[in-house]
Ligand binder design. Sequence first.
Ligand SMILES: [Zn+2]
Length: 208
Amino acid sequence: MKHGKKQNIRKKPCLFCNWAEDLREAQKFLGKNAGEITVKDMAKFRFQTDRDKNRPWKSQFIKANEYFFAVLSQESKIVGHTLIISRDHFSDITDPKLISQGNQFRIAFFDIMTEMAGKLTRLTNDPIPKVYAMSVCEHWSKKELEAAGKSYDTEHLHFHLLPRINAMRTPYPYYLPESMFVRCDVSQAKDDLARTRERIMGACSTKT
Ligand SMILES: [Zn+2]
């Protein structure tokens, strides 16, 4: 059963399904295709319900397509840490429903991953840019476990993208890049996230 159905959301809401539903609402109101929604659209958009104040993802939004959307992570392991989230609910990459997805879905995934990776390399000024990707779809912090048990199912297909900075290039046997993914207790304040997003979108405007 599709996880995002309303009766399930009421019973045990999934955080990312709620965000995807918000995105559908914004898209419908704006009358735009997913790929046309801009950061400015999202900044100006006001949700019709009183849930507007509880939508942190809106200020983290970068871009969307028909099947995925990209947001900055508030728990940034490094500046530019981005989440690529599926708009439909899949538990992780082993979800059998993924097998039956069509080519449009597969292309949309590759497109948003590579496009976002391209944008993120511009944050680092690294002459040999690289972006790391990871998908786990499990959460283990106390806060997340409590949320998963009580209010939100947070295990929804998503991928993490981390732009490499030069300081992460360490010689064997120091696995600094891998260890970046397990950094704990890191986060970016709203203002810092806004600045990161401006840098990403600034980089976009030079391209388009
Ligand atoms: Zn979900």
